[in-house]
Design a protein around this ligand. Sequence first.
Ligand SMILES: [Fe+2]
Ligand SMILES: [Fe+2]
Length: 289
Amino acid sequence: MRSPQEIKEKIQSIIQLPALPMIAMEVVELVDNPKTSASKLGKVISTDQALTAKVLKIANSPFYGFPKKISTIDFAIIVLGFDALKEIIISISLVSSLQKKSDSYLDARAFWDHAVATGVVARRLARDLGYRVSGEVFVGGLLHDMGISILHRYFNNEFKRIVDIVRETNLSFLEAEESVLGVTHAEVGGWLAARWNLPDHLIESLSLHHTPGSATLNPDLVALIHCADVIVGKLNGKPVEFDSGIEFNEEALARLRLADPVTLEEYIANYKEIIASDIESVTMSVYPT
Ligand SMILES: [Fe+2]
Ligand SMILES: [Fe+2]
């Protein structure tokens, strides 16, 4: 069995490990710099025509619900804001960087549906609970299970063993990961986010999405993503296979003031109705057509 340190080193050394395209890294940096002007950002995005087209398509999707047609990047920046733009660009880059091949151990479509749904629910939950909504909530939700994709691709034998264990025993996915690898997809996702130079609190929200009580940098963000993840499983009747056995963390619920079971049920019931159309519009924009 490989030690967690060996796995970490292997992950960091894989040359093909998806890197965010240069343009996405550049945009993330610009957006995070308070001195960046809208026109400077617009110029950088406009250098990539394919990216420009996709950004405009998403900006015009019902998810953002803007009544007028947004036909230029400059206008998109004004109406959407820097944060929303950052989340859009990371989403687009991600979908094109990560593979979408299915096999009997991982259904790629179910993986992406789960990723998008968690992003949408996390963002909605943050708004409804009165948290300042920044791009990170959506991106954190979208990225939270990236470690699954990495394990499936680069540690395929181990991944299959984990899935077999989950199917044949009553161990949860996390317990099976621990027994086969000594680490979980959450930590692996955190390593990937670090390799992408994403902000530290976003790395934390990936690494700790199943153990939100240990968060120190941005416990609210981690709690939001954790709860959104579990809510999405409940919306669909059952969680995706790689989240099997996960339940709400009490500390995260208390932090979001969702500890009362009646309030929580109300949120879940309410989301069933409103979320479906949001998810569909984001999914349609994010998937390559
Ligand atoms: Fe997970
Ligand atoms: Fe998940």
